[in-house]
Design a protein around this ligand. Structure first.
Ligand code: NAG
Ligand code: NAG
Ligand code: NAG
Ligand code: NAG
Length: 961
């Protein structure tokens, strides 16, 4: 599950084409006419080409916008109508600078009449139609064009590239994002027709694998970008081995599998190789053996399946960036890592073990990410000597020991620090002044306490601070709250911090995400900023009204969790403007009164958890507009009224519906049966009456097992923005949770909810027969219909419900025999049929006899093992042998492993265990090659979801502004 978006911008070397004409030069009339013809087919809504015209003041076309002429001959040599110009920031990031509005319309072939045109750049516009530049005969045979870019014209098609033969002088060809899916002979046409080509960019073109082609010569080519196609053919890979001048090769996001050929060894000038997101499975050392080492500066093999240990890299003496995250590397670091030029080392998400390497030789190192590996041992103080280091992430390893000031002594450039999820203990003196000013501090589960860390006092530029689970049991000092309002993300959760919290409305500025959960903060809910992205104050000692949430007036709030406090009063009626609100959890407080109708305006609401309060009244009709609801948990309140059919017909995405322990009455409406995604349907402890609809056998999610269910249950929501004013969003996963009656006890489930499929209608006044159709719910794990007025026989085919672990039909008026198929329920380990009018002999099976007799008690006419009363005709000591049901053998085999039922895997959820998160901001791919990437990831690892933080709309806005 990987969505990855890379925007690669090419810095074009425009200088060699003579930008800037001599103002004294005037243009040639026929060329001016050709340009006007060119303009005629364009749509220029923003009047970008206002300088182009036939009016007297516009006679010199050499002065027109985007046109350049030769200083001596006056011929038009350059036509540059690109909308953007890439600009490089000091850190090497590319920002796209829009220098004009977009043009659209058709590209007229009249530019071919500009016989001296060498440079044509039409990139980043909205040109459409077919670009088929076939010149007329009288113009001569070939174009003198050296540079052609049609980059990022999404509606443009260029046919099959036969036209390339008219441009034999091309050095630079950039057709990024132009559809070439029909051009099966692209490789042949390029190599046959463009002998002088140096730079080729056919990225994101939907390129097909080429047909085999032997006479391949692109010996001058230095730069090739074929990224974001679906290429897999070895024909292409082999071809690169022959491009002996190659300096930059970008094959990111294709489907190349296995390895690269030995011929890559010929590429002795190769400086950057990007094979990120392919399916390489080689041993890393074998892979590297196929590369000529000396010249290589950037190697990116991120997201492949490369195996083996990290070999000695000394041969790659020029290496500046090594990106190997998310492969399957194992074993320790090589004994020596002598890479004096190394600036970036990224090995995140492998299984590398052993000690941290000594990197002091690499004194240019600015970026080091070793997070999510299996590193152990202590951290040597020498890491503190990497004075250029800006980014240091060793999170989620098994590192241990004490961290002291010395570990940071020379890290004066550090901006990003992540030591989270190790076993590190900070022993830092209270008057330490760190040498750095951090943007991002992540020290989750590092032992920082019991005192609040005083060294944070001078970290005033920090935009992200996570010191959750840090063993801090202090009062949060005022200087902390009084810091400059730069924090965009604050996580103090899972400590024992105490005291009052101040007025937040002035302590934060830009859409903060605030998590103070699981502490001992007290007093009223603080005054809140008007803009908040996410707010979690759960599991504290807050009391009083929650009406202050109405002070949040901006629409951006996506997550609100105030559960498990002592909050009281009404739920305010101010929800209209929270258009992005995904999650409301107010459970386990003492809120009272009715649900306000403005909750119905929350069209994005996915979880509404209000259980265990004192809420009352009927559910507002407006609630039916919350079509995205997945969790509706209203249990443990005093809600009343009928269960409305719209709960079934409108909330088709509901996974958890709990109305337990309220005062709902009347029939269960047929509409409920449309809840085809529901895992938990809990109407227990109400006053419901009438018959159970036959359609109760229709709940699809209880009939089938869907692989994707886990993802459907835990949903990712945007928890806030990453610090450092970048484009990345922090995504978090909301782990759905439910409080259910499980095997006789109330339990809260979080993990494994996907396996938990429950119907609980116990303790109502339901009557009539249990519909036979219910037996088709083969995935149901627990069925509780106890304490109702059900009558008739137990469903004959109950043996079809083969995942049932818990069946409670007690305290009804069921009669007749226990169906023999009950013996087929291998997982059953809780059974209660007591207090009915069942009769006859309890069917024989290993399991049914193993239950406590109380499971059958209160049925006077029931007889046989394990009940004490024997059936008529059966005598003590002459038990008949077990009836062989065909499954008997299996049952006996499983008996020893009785515990290993699904229940074994349904471990208790760790409460509200949401908030697993990680963040992938733009990678710091610095640029030596004229390329740079903004990168946004959406990834899933075992316990960690990372949301594709690419907010396309945001990016587009940025590009357009
Ligand atoms: C042409 O003239 C302009 C302005 O005088 C100058 O900036 C530019 O470098 C010249 N170009 C060439 C190719 O001589
Ligand atoms: C680190 O882990 C390895 C096994 O991967 C083990 O042999 C070694 O003893 C561990 N070292 C420390 C210091 O725990
Ligand atoms: C409910 O909140 C109280 C504190 O107000 C807490 O002690 C208790 O554990 C919470 N219950 C649940 C089920 O979270
Ligand atoms: C549930 O029903 C909706 C609409 O009726 C349908 O789109 C969806 O595919 C169904 N889902 C399942 C799991 O059957």
């Amino acid at each position: 599950m990987l969505i990855l978006f890379v925007l690669t911008l090419l810095a074009c070397n425009k200088h060699s084409y003579g930008f800037g004409s001599d103002p004294k030069i005037s243009c040639i009339e026929s060329e001016k006419q050709a340009l006007l013809k060119f303009k005629a087919t364009l749509i220029d809504e923003a009047d970008v080409l206002s300088s182009w015209g036939s009016e007297p003041d516009k006679t010199n076309c050499c002065k027109w916008w985007g046109v350049k002429c030769n200083n001596h001959t006056g011929h038009v040599t350059v036509l540059n109508l690109s909308k953007i110009s890439p600009s490089f920031s000091l850190s090497g990031h590319v920002t796209v600078v829009s220098i004009s509005s977009s043009l659209s319309g058709k590209i007229s072939p009249s530019f071919l009449e500009l016989q001296h045109l060498k440079y044509l750049d039409l990139s980043w516009n909205y040109f459409s139609g077919n670009f088929s530049p076939i010149p007329n005969h009288h113009l001569g045979n070939v174009s003198s064009l050296r540079y052609l870019s049609l980059r990022q014209n999404l509606g443009l098609s260029v046919g099959n590239l036969e036209w390339l033969s008219y441009f034999p002088l091309l050095r630079h060809l950039d057709l990024n994002s132009v559809d070439l899916s029909q051009a099966t002979n692209w490789l042949e046409l390029v190599s046959k027709n463009l002998p002088l080509l140096e730079h080729l960019d056919l990225s994101s073109c939907g390129l097909p694998n080429p047909v085999p082609h032997l006479n391949f010569s692109l010996s001058l080519i230095t730069s090739v970008d074929l990224s974001e196609n679906s290429l897999s053919s070895s024909i292409i890979i082999d071809a690169f081995g022959k491009m002996i001048s190659l300096v930059h090769l970008n094959l990111y996001d294709n489907e190349f599998a296995g390895s690269i050929p030995k011929s890559f060894n010929n590429l002795s000038r190769l400086q950057s190789l990007n094979l990120m997101e392919n399916s390489l499975t080689d041993q890393l050392d074998k892979f590297l053996d196929k590369l000529s080492g000396k010249s290589l500066q950037i190697l990116n093999l991120e997201w492949n399946q490369l195996r083996g240990t990290l070999p000695d890299l000394t041969r790659f003496s020029s290496l500046r960036e090594l990106h190997l995250p998310y492969n399957q590397l194992t074993g320790p670091f090589p004994t020596s890592l002598q890479l004096p030029n190394l600036g970036a080392l990224n090995l995140r998400g492998n299984q590398i073990s052993g000690m941290l390497p000594d990197l002091t030789v690499s004194h240019s190192l600015t970026f080091l990410d070793l997070g999510h590996n299996s590193l152990n041992g202590t951290i040597d103080k020498s890491v503190g000597q990497l004075s250029r280091l800006e980014y240091l992430d060793i999170s989620s390893n098994s590192l241990e020991g004490v961290i002291s000031e010395a570990h940071f002594s020379n890290l004066s450039s550090l901006k990003f620090l992540d030591f989270s999820f190790n076993s590190l203990v900070f022993n830092i003196s209270s008057n330490w002044i760190p040498p750095f000013q951090l943007d991002v501090i992540r020290l989750a589960s590092c032992k920082l306490g019991p005192d609040f860390p005083k060294w944070l006092r001078n970290q005033n530029n920090c935009s992200e601070l996570d010191i959750s689970g840090a063993g801090i049991s202090d009062i949060v000092p005022n200087w902390f709250w009084d810091r400059p309002p730069n924090l965009v993300y604050l996580n103090l959760s899972y400590n024992q911090m105490k005291g009052l919290v101040p007025d937040f409305s002035v302590k934060f500025s830009d859409y903060p995400s605030i998590d103070l959960s699981s502490n001992r903060f007290e007093g009223q809910i603080p005054r809140l900023p008007s803009k908040v992205e996410s707010l979690n104050l759960s599991k504290n000692l807050f009391l009083g009204s929650i009406s202050l949430i109405c002070a949040i007036t901006d629409f951006a709030l996506s997550y609100l969790d105030l559960s498990s406090n002592q909050l009281s009063g009404w739920i305010p009626d101010c929800w209209e403007h929270f258009q992005k609100l995904n999650i409301i959890n107010l459970a386990n407080n003492t809120l009272s009164g009715k649900l306000p109708s403005s909750l119905g305006s929350l069209s994005q609401l996915r979880a509404l958890q209000l259980r265990d309060n004192n809420l009352s009244g009927e559910l507002p009709e407006s609630l039916k507009n919350c079509l995205e609801l997945k969790i509706l948990d209203l249990g443990g309140n005093r809600f009343t009224g009928n269960i409305q059919p719209w709960i079934g017909t409108h909330f088709t995405k509901l996974i958890i519906l709990s109305l337990r322990s309220n005062n709902f009455y009347g029939d269960i409406p047929l509409g409920i049966c449309q809840l085809n995604n529901t895992h938990i349907l809990d109407f227990s402890q109400n006053d419901l009456s009438g018959m159970l609809p036959r359609c109760f056998g229709n709940f699809s999610a209880m009939i089938h097992r869907y692989d994707s269910m886990r993802e459907a249950i835990d949903f990712v929501y945007m928890r806030g923005r990453q610090g450092d004013n970048s484009e990345g969003y922090i995504a978090a996963i909301y782990l759905a949770n439910a409080l259910v009656q499980w095997k006789g006890q109330e339990r809260e489930f979080g993990k494994n909810l996907d396996l938990l499929k429950i119907i609980d209608l116990s303790s109502n006044k339901l009557s009539g027969e249990i519909p036979q159709e219910i037996a088709s719910l083969a995935e149901l794990v627990s069925l509780n219909l106890s304490t109702n007025n059900f009558t008739g026989k137990i469903v004959e085919d109950i043996g079809q419900m083969k995942n049932l672990e818990s069946l409670d039909l007690s305290a009804n008026r069921l009669f007749g025999q226990i169906p023999a198929t009950l013996a087929l329920l291998h997982f059953l380990n809780v059974l209660n049929l007591s207090n009915n009018n069942l009769s006859g002999k309890i069917p024989l099976s290993t399991q049914l006899q193993s239950f406590n007799p109380s499971a059958y008690s209160g049925n006077p006419q029931l007889c046989g093992d394990p009940l004490p009363n024997k059936c008529p005709g059966e005598e003590e000591g002459t038990k008949p042998p077990l009836i062989a049901t065909g499954n008997e053998k299996k049952i006996q085999e499983e008996d020893g492993d009785k515990l290993i039922t699904q229940a074994f895997y349904i471990s208790m959820g760790v409460g509200f265990a949401f908030g697993f998160w990680a963040i992938f901001g733009p990678m710091l791919l610095s640029s030596i090659s004229g390329y740079a990437c903004f990168k946004f990831l959406d990834k899933l690892t075992d316990w960690l979801y990372v949301m594709a933080s690419i907010n396309l709309a945001r990016l587009q806005r940025r590009l357009q502004s």
